[in-house]
Design a protein around this ligand. Structure first.
Ligand SMILES: Nc1ncnc2c1ncn2[C@@H]1O[C@H](COP(=O)(O)OP(=O)(O)OP(=O)(O)O)[C@@H](O)[C@H]1O
Ligand SMILES: [Mg+2]
Length: 619
């Protein structure tokens, strides 16, 4: 359900990227997740974690930095032009006029080209890295231990993979390049100023400690707020996710108002956090600029003072150049003072992705493989307890199923039947005891090989938003003739033939275009197609009417031949054909034997049988 939902969410949200950039950043820039790691002191260490994704294209980084450098170097050239223009052009009249447009246009051409190249290179780095990280995250999701899906909701995971990576990468790389550009510009301008008048320039540096203190304090706060906002956004997305899934129930129960109130409350939390971050980031700019203005005014006073006192070698051109270069410092300084903002947010967002990679431990597995298993299944003293404070779902189950045997599992709702069969593909882990296939403990099997041995129709049918054919052969090579044969066996071919594109018809979200029984038959077709030595049917025909069940039953009967079959069922017609019936109660096996034998014995099975139904609790 989780993956399926995510898929849909992603499909639905694709259009969001058309939002204009500012809106996008304000909505998503401050999002998500629990404070997993505190703002580590060492920013270099944190950036290093990102290098596998954003640092591998060394050539492109070189181009980006070089282009930025060239762009930055053109900056001091503008004030530098004033000096000869004023001193030679006006005062001495020695400058040929044609030089002026040539130099100005040339300068802007170089600057424009450099900026263009830098921007393109920057975009390459961002998008390459983003794609790499995103694909890594998704493939990690495919391999992750199943516990991840109970810890994190579909919306949280899709937020991380789809949005966080996007905003994080865009903000961070832009910030790093801006840092390079403005840093170079600043250095270039300052060097020029030093060359013009080093005493004055040194004054500019007096502001550094004040600036860094303000930036550090505010970005620490911003980091904390960003983490809290990530969390709040997750909660908000979760309410949407849940209500999309439960839209019918909510309407039927008249729960809309309550849900709206719940949403509003969470939206208010996010609003409060967003405003707080705005205070932190908006305060940064005026505060730092005040400090910068202070130093600027000191420099101006000193410069005028020096020139009035006829300091040696001062010319009008030199003075104008100095002041112009100084005024040009304001723009990069302003941008640099704002830079910790996107860096903080970008890092927080990307780290959420990196933490997911660390959190999503891969499923453990062994190395045993075989082309086709015999199909002997053994549970030895298996206990399953989902959490410490609940009753165990299975208690000391010991059971052996021979190759080719058909075993029916019966028992009241909650007895542990599904749990017992979910152990086989290792969707559930035993808390104690072992489960073995062909005498080899499941942990020793290679997971993919183990799962190849199992065809399963589970209680809740899940379909992908893809064609009928793709759903039938999911994960395996498509053989159209075999797909058709499987659909025929599942008694669904007649219906599929009537669909607009036959087996190439796309089924919609979780095959919502099919009825409950049709979906179940599609799941059976999938199991038929898989042709695995171990067949598990967990109430596979519960949604079918007697008529359809009978025809599917024949196909299933044929399918069961030559393979080990575990059937969880409550219909007599299904159980009658089983070699053995295992009756479960409260996580234990209470009775087992051939159906007729059990009936004659007059025990638990006979009681269930006389009541005429097995698992009857509404779910
Ligand atoms: N993922 C889970 N986390 C916690 N508890 C679980 C989980 N899955 C099942 N349980 C609990 O384990 C017990 C056995 O559940 P199980 O699904 O195996 O019953 P069942 O016999 O298949 O019932 P039904 O006939 O209703 O399908 C139940 O009490 C259930 O609440
Ligand atoms: Mg069940």
């Amino acid at each position: 359900m989780t993956i399926e939902f995510m898929k849909n969410v992603i499909v639905h949200r694709r259009n969001d990227f058309s939002l204009d950039k500012t809106a996008f950043l304000t909505i998503h820039g401050m999002s998500q997740n629990p404070a997993q790691s505190p703002p580590a002191a060492n920013i270099r260490e944190r950036l290093r974690r990102l290098t596998p994704y954003f640092g591998s294209q060394k050539g492109i980084w070189a181009v980006a930095v070089l282009a930025t450098l060239v762009g930055a170097l053109t900056e001091p050239m503008i004030p530098a032009l004033f000096q000869p223009l004023l001193d030679k052009g006006f005062s001495e009249n020695k400058l040929p006029l044609w030089i002026i447009p040539a130099v100005v246009v040339g300068l802007f051409a170089v600057r424009g080209l450099a900026n263009f190249v830098a921007q393109y290179a920057l975009s390459r780095i961002t998008n390459d890295g983003m794609e790499k990280l995103r694909s890594r995250l998704f493939s990690q999701l495919m391999k992750a231990d199943l516990s991840l899906f109970s810890k994190q909701s579909a919306s949280t995971l899709s937020n991380t993979i789809v949005y966080e990576v996007q905003t994080g990468a865009a903000q961070l790389v832009t910030a790093v390049i801006a840092l390079t550009r403005d840093g170079f510009t600043l250095i270039a301008l300052l060097s020029y100023l030093m060359w013009l008048n080093w005493k004055l320039t040194l004054l500019v540096f007096t502001v550094a400690p004040g600036l860094s203190w303000i930036m550090k304090a505010l970005s620490r706060r911003l980091y904390k707020l960003t983490k809290e906002s990530q969390n709040a956004t997750d909660n908000l997305a979760y309410v949407v996710e849940e209500n999309v899934l439960a839209h019918r129930v909510v309407r039927l129960q008249g729960g809309q108002e309550h849900q709206v109130a719940r949403f509003k409350q969470l939206a208010l939390v996010l609003r409060r956090l967003a405003l707080k971050s705005t205070v932190a980031s908006a305060a940064m700019t005026p505060l730092t600029q005040m400090v910068a203005a202070l130093s600027l005014s000191m420099v101006l006073v000193m410069a005028l003072y020096q020139s009035q006192n006829g300091a040696s070698g001062a010319t009008v051109g030199g003075f104008v150049a100095f002041i112009t270069a100084m005024l040009m410092l304001i723009a990069p300084i302003k941008r640099l003072t704002e830079i910790s903002n996107p860096i903080t947010r970008g890092l927080a967002a990307l780290e959420r992705g990196l933490n997911l990679i660390d959190d999503a431990q891969e499923e453990t597995q062994g190395r045993h493989t075989t082309a086709r298993a015999q199909g002997a299944v053994t549970w030895s003293d298996v206990r399953v307890q989902f959490s410490a404070d609940t009753q165990p779902a299975l208690i000391g189950i010991s059971l052996h199923v021979k190759p080719g045997e058909t075993v029916a599992l019966v028992g009241t709702s909650g007895a542990g039947k599904s749990t017992l069969v979910q152990l086989l593909p290792r969707f559930v882990q035993p808390s104690a005891g072992t489960v073995a296939l062909d005498g080899i403990p499941l942990e020793d099997w290679s997971l993919s090989n183990l799962r190849e041995q199992i065809a399963m129709v589970s209680q809740d049918v899940i379909m992908l938003n893809d064609t009928v054919a793709a759903n039938v052969c999911l994960g395996q090579n498509a053989d159209r003739a075999r797909i058709q044969a499987s659909l025929e066996a599942a008694n669904l071919w007649a219906h599929v033939q009537q669909m607009p594109q036959g087996m190439d018809t796309v089924l919609g979200h979780n095959a919502s275009e099919l009825s409950g029984g049709q979906r179940q038959r599609l799941a059976i077709a999938r199991a038929v197609y898989k042709d695995a030595p171990l067949l598990i049917l967990d109430e596979a025909t519960s949604a079918l009417d007697n008529e359809s069940e009978r025809s599917v039953q024949e196909a299933l009967q044929k399918l069961m031949q030559g393979r080990t079959t575990l059937i969880v069922a409550h219909r007599l017609s299904t159980i009658e054909h089983a070699d053995r019936v295992v009756v479960m109660e409260k996580g234990q096996v209470v009775e087992q034997g051939a159906p007729a034998e059990l009936l004659a014995r007059g025990g638990a099975y006979a009681r269930l049988h006389h009541r005429g139904e097995w698992a009857s609790e509404p779910r």
